[in-house]
Write a protein that binds this ligand. Structure first.
Ligand code: 26V
Length: 744
């Protein structure tokens, strides 16, 4: 890459009379021309990341930063009277749902930054994650038509398209390559399905509803489509260089399954080796078992994929047969290992006519990893307990991480400048260095100024986007993440109502004004999660209309929370709310982003929260609630109705669900979840049980915030001890422990 030549090209771009998008495209295309010649050649051992989701967010600023031209470009265009920040209006690809997809994006970013050869494979959805709006407090979904505009950061590779065959149709997989800039330029290759209107459906939508067989078939098609396209290509490339010496395949490739969504890749690999190249199945399997690795991202039973054999066989007969053969192999192996019938059952690839994709992935994978210490513990002791007993060496932990380039350098230039001024710029490639910044008075006062400025920017942004002005001079607490019962946004809203009663009673004279910010989408078909959104919005309305408390308490649920919104929120928040029911959040990564930007955590002993509190010091965070073990015991006898009856303060809060004191219809659905649910036990996630300890933690953080000096020290210490949560650390652990990659 020739930096001067690129800057000259920028200088030559005129902005006069051109629409915003055209300028955006011209700048982006100039960057792409520069990198084109030497991009994407691989000769070394390579890791391939198979993921259904990549939540990359806005590429523009990140790419210019990685190319080392962002400040110069800003200057060049400022001289032309054009602020590059105007591109913030341009939307970007949201080809992912949440944590898992954003993690994939951070990992690609870190691998490129560290010079590690990691190629991403996925699907190029026509429509990304829906756009969210609130109408009368309720979520309304609109299609995310991200391809309505040009996509200058992708290159269509017409000559590398290939066929993917189903029993009832053949689909053309056309690769689109997106460069991932860093010390090396890696590639994210997304396949688009073409050939017929039915074929195009396959890359039509991110996560189509799969509550019907038809929906399930589409999801299976999506999974197989991109897995098969990627495997076909990787094997072809291997053969072109190494011939048919498949036994050497694991020397050159490590294939990482990001959750079970790409487990069909294993079957496709076996199909090609065995059915096409006549490698005996046991040998092919042995090769696969040195090649594939699997990351688990959830312990929730309803999120662990099981596919009906019949459905798979209907559109992928060979693949269904191979999975069945694997099943037979595994049973034989377990017999030899001396497993009991019960143990074999718990690890089975096929039970009651369903393929367990997680069990298949565990059986084949050389390494299986969880995404935080606690989560890996649960995998070993519970979810994959038997597999751990017989294959202990498979299991390893790699705690998640986030990219400090996007989540600090891009979204918080002010904090980055503070670090530069204290220790120079070396920390940008070695985040560990920030731990050596002394938290002296000068640093703390500079930090307070940064935080105040980021809060001001956030206030301004929310005012523009939502038409709501956040309280000035208040403590900002944020819970931004996908809506799910286990994440307990419901409990936060109950806590707000609880605090409201306290304030109205005049009990909390010393309460610092506090803003509760919510952001996040509910799956379109997830009724209860949508009801929680309506509830939070109702609480927001009630509090805003209440003159007694509206200067002390504010609730705002922002619309269409996405990567770009997150960038603003993590930088402008004081208190990070991470309150999942213990035992359910595999890791969380938002928690790390807030920490990196100097927020304290109010959280439960769950996922990576535990490691955050460990590294930042327990006294700098506010942990509360029952532990996973306690919760499990408790559930055996817990009766939420009796519990509420015995506590007047809780009772008066839950009464509000149905007594008409909140705007809108009564919240019957949430009432049922709390008191009469039968799918799980009532209040399964212990929102009532943990409520008072949550309120106590909130009151404590509120009181602490009154002492500016000591509170900003807590925040700053969180920030400077966040380097462990860099995805650079995580990706290097993958490279070293799992993929055995060398760095350039
Ligand atoms: C998916 C679904 C879909 C059906 C309804 C219930 C349900 C519940 C959870 C999920 C999550 C799927 C996988 C996922 O996104 N896991 C997230 O991965 C992050 C990156 O490792 C991690 O930080 C989050 O804790 C974990 O929830």
């Amino acid at each position: 890459m020739n930096k001067q030549r690129l800057l000259d090209k920028f200088r030559a771009i005129s902005v006069e009379g051109k629409p915003l998008r055209q300028i955006y495209e011209e700048i982006s295309s100039a960057c792409m021309e520069e990198i084109r010649p030497d991009w994407g050649r691989r000769t070394r051992r390579t890791a391939c990341y198979f993921s259904m989701e990549y939540l990359v967010g806005r590429a523009f600023y990140n790419n210019l930063m990685e190319l080392g031209v962002l400040p110069e470009a800003e200057e060049i265009f400022a001289k032309k009277g054009f602020a590059l920040s105007r591109f913030e209006e341009i939307e970007d690809a949201a080809l992912g749902n949440g944590g898992l997809g954003r993690l994939a994006a951070c990992y690609l970013d870190s691998a490129a930054a560290r010079g590690l050869p990691l190629q991403g494979y996925g699907l190029r959805y026509r429509y990304g994650l829906f756009r969210q709006r609130f109408v009368a407090g309720e979520q309304v979904e609109e299609p995310e038509d991200w391809l309505a505009r040009e996509d200058p950061w992708s290159v269509r590779r017409e000559r590398e398209k290939r066929r993917v065959t189903f029993a009832d149709m053949t689909v053309v997989a056309v690769p689109y390559d997106m460069p991932v800039f860093g010390k090396t330029v890696n590639t994210l290759r997304l396949f688009q399905a073409e050939g017929s209107p039915e074929a195009e459906q396959i890359s039509g939508f991110l996560y189509p509803p799969d509550d019907t067989d038809e929906g399930k078939l589409l999801r299976i098609r999506q999974e197989y489509f991109f897995s098969a396209a990627a495997i076909g290509e990787i094997v072809d490339k291997f053969i072109a260089v190494h011939g048919m010496h498949f036994e050497r395949f694991p020397e050159f490739y490590a294939l990482q399954l990001n959750d079970t969504h790409a487990t069909f890749a294993v079957a496709e690999f076996l199909r090609i080796l065995n059915r096409v190249h006549r490698v005996p199945l046991p040998e092919a399997l042995e090769i696969a078992r040195k090649t594939f690795h699997y990351t688990n991202h959830t312990v929730l039973a309803e999120a662990l994929e099981c596919w009906k054999e019949e459905l798979v066989a209907q559109i992928l007969p060979d693949i269904a047969l191979i999975l069945k053969q694997l099943h037979v192999f595994s049973l034989r192996e377990w017999q030899k290992l001396g497993c009991t019938a019960e143990e074999r059952q718990s690890m089975a690839l096929l039970t009651d006519g369903y393929f367990s994709m997680a069990n298949a992935a565990v059986y084949v994978a050389r390494r299986v990893n969880g995404v935080a210490e606690m989560h890996t513990g649960i995998l070993k002791e519970k979810l994959f307990r038997t597999a751990f007993k017989y294959y202990p060496n498979k299991f390893t932990n790699i705690t998640n991480g986030v990219s400090q380039r996007r989540w600090l350098m891009l979204c918080n230039r002010e904090l980055s400048a503070l670090y530069d001024s204290r220790i120079g710029t070396g920390w940008r490639d070695d985040l560990g260095a920030i731990a050596r910044i002394p938290a002296d008075e000068a640093a703390l006062s500079a930090f307070r100024a940064v935080k105040a400025e980021k809060k001001r920017q956030l206030r301004e942004y929310i005012r523009k986007r939502e038409g709501v002005t956040l309280l000035d001079d208040a403590l900002y607490a944020a819970q931004t993440k996908r809506l799910h019962e286990y994440k307990r946004q419901f409990m936060t809203a109950l806590a707000v109502l609880y605090l409201r009663f306290e304030l109205k009673e005049g009990k909390r004279e010393d309460f610092a004004p506090m803003v509760f910010l919510f952001g996040g989408k509910a799956a379109a078909g997830y009724r209860r999660a949508k009801e929680v959104i309506r509830f939070v919005n109702a609480v927001a309305e009630l509090v805003a209309a209440d003159e007694e408390v509206s200067q002390k308490l504010q609730v705002v649920f922002v619309q269409n929370y996405d990567v770009s919104y997150a960038e603003k929120i993590v930088a402008g928040t004081d208190v990070s709310l991470q309150v999942s029911a213990a035992g359910f959040e595999a890791s969380g990564t938002g928690n790390m982003k807030f920490m990196m930007n100097g927020a304290v955590t109010v959280g439960t002993m769950d996922g990576a929260n535990i490691e955050i509190a460990e590294r930042a010091g327990g006294y700098n965070n506010y942990m509360f609630g029952v532990t996973a073990e306690e919760a499990e015991l408790l559930r055996e006898s817990y009766d939420p109705a009796a519990f509420a009856e015995s506590n007047e303060k809780i009772l008066r809060v839950v009464r509000m669900l149905t007594d008409g004191s909140l705007p809108g219809k009564p919240f019957e659905e949430l009432y049922r979840a709390t008191f009469t649910e039968t799918y799980n036990s009532p209040d399964f996630y212990l929102c009532l049980y943990d409520l008072e300890s949550y309120v106590d933690a909130l009151l404590k953080v509120n009181a602490d915030s009154r002492d500016e000096a000591s509170f900003s020290r807590k925040q700053f210490e969180n920030a400077i001890h966040s380097s462990f949560f860099s995805s650079d650390r995580a990706i290097e652990a993958y490279a070293r422990k799992i993929w055995k990659l060398e760095q350039t």
